[in-house]
Design a protein around this ligand. Structure first.
Ligand code: SF4
Length: 373
């Protein structure tokens, strides 16, 4: 039986079989990925989330070579937002029907722990309907060092203050050889999984991620996918709370120290890796297309390469966009509905857990005059 037949039969692929997918004609791999997508999630529906990214500080002591967002505390454009400034951003999200904020910063050694717990309490008090998914594993690792607490204790205190989930940022390629070259001080694979596992045990929302284009080998890409798959098995079995979804995008290096040094990845490679991910991640029903890195057209095409979701509006994305990204750094609801509808699917607004909260009548929606959001 060949590897694609095996995947279609629902059998789990080995590392060598996942690597072999990268050497098959992309059309064949995409056809199987699409079949699996139709089986594992609602075949007629493509979902999206209305959310906002909030980067509460750009001061960071990790200094990843691929990051154009961070600043040292002495740079003139270094910032930390106060609570009211963050509230104002959330009010703008509430005005357009948004349901969650994705709040991440740099790893800022200047802020006291009270800043974080106070911020969560402030947001829950003033914006009770907004879910707060905040502080990537890298930030939690920083908190362990700054505040001399374990991730267990830190997460307990953040949950008590209002935290609903952790972003899966920092996954990139979960192979330490790749990570050490791209960002010597970056969180290592063991700690990324350690912190997300604790979060999953405590019932927090999490998502898995992948970024290609560092010059990683196909074997390393396959290893990354298997590690994500293994953690999903463990989390579902031990915590009944796995990754809600998987998001994958391509490295952007403009304005970074990796510019001209890392190969990045083309649209072909993006779509290929997406299709391979859909096949390899047999325990993950929800796979996002990425428009911030690849643009709307490739994201729409991705709906036939294994994706069942177009991600979110990302009002105010600052990190991928600082390093180039696509020319657009936020999407309107109308634009997301349009690309879903034109691809032949029914659009639906979802929550963070990929549950539909509002099916959209696309024809009626698109007949209305264009609205800024
Ligand atoms: S990617 Fe995150 S951790 Fe790395 S330098 Fe940028 S803000 Fe800091």
């Amino acid at each position: 039986m060949d590897v694609l037949e095996k995947a279609l039969n629902g059998e789990r692929l080995s590392h060598a079989e996942i690597v072999s997918l990268y050497h098959l004609p992309l059309g064949d791999v995409a056809a199987v990925a699409h079949q699996l997508r139709l089986r594992r999630s609602d075949p007629q529906v493509v979902t999206f989330l209305i959310d906002r990214n909030i980067n509460y500080t750009n001061v960071c002591n990790v200094a990843c070579n691929f990051c154009a967002f961070y600043r040292t505390k002495r740079q003139s454009d270094a910032y930390t937002l106060d609570y009211e400034h963050i509230s104002q951003k959330i009010r703008e999200l509430e005005a357009v029907g948004g349901t969650r904020i994705l709040m991440q910063g740099g790893v800022n050694p200047e802020l006291p722990f009270d800043y974080y717990t106070g911020l969560l309490r402030h947001i829950k008090a003033h914006h009770p309907t907004i879910r707060i998914e905040a502080f990537s594993p890298e930030e939690i690792l920083g908190f362990e060092k700054f505040f001399d607490m374990t991730a267990d204790e830190i997460l307990d205190r953040l949950i008590e203050a209002g935290l609903d989930g952790l972003p899966g940022a920092g996954g990139e390629i979960l192979e330490d050889d790749v990570r050490a070259k791209a960002a010597p001080a970056r969180i290592r694979t063991f700690d990324w999984f350690r912190i997300l596992d604790i979060a999953q045990r405590k019932g927090l929302y999490t998502i898995s991620t992948m970024v290609i284009g560092f010059g990683e080998t196909l074997e390393q890409r396959a290893s990354h996918l298997i590690k994500i798959r293994d953690q999903q098995d463990k989390a579902l079995q031990e915590h009944q709370n796995g990754f809600a979804g998987f998001a994958m995008w391509t490295l952007q290096t403009e304005n970074t120290r990796l510019a001209g040094k890392a190969p990045g990845a083309t649209a072909y490679e993006y779509l290929q890796n997406l299709a391979v991910s859909r096949i390899a991640l047999d325990n993950q029903p929800n796979i996002q297309a990425s428009w911030p890195a690849q643009g709307f057209k490739v994201a729409q095409t991705a709906l036939f390469y294994g994706a069942n979701d177009v991600g979110s509006t990302m009002l105010e994305e600052n990190v991928v966009s600082a390093a180039g990204g696509h020319t657009r750094h936020q999407a309107t609801v109308r634009e997301l509905i349009r690309i879903i509808h034109d691809a032949g699917y029914k659009p639906a607004q979802r929550n963070s857990h990929f549950q539909v909260i509002k099916p959209i009548d696309a024809v009626a929606f698109l007949e209305q005059p264009a609205h800024p959001v």
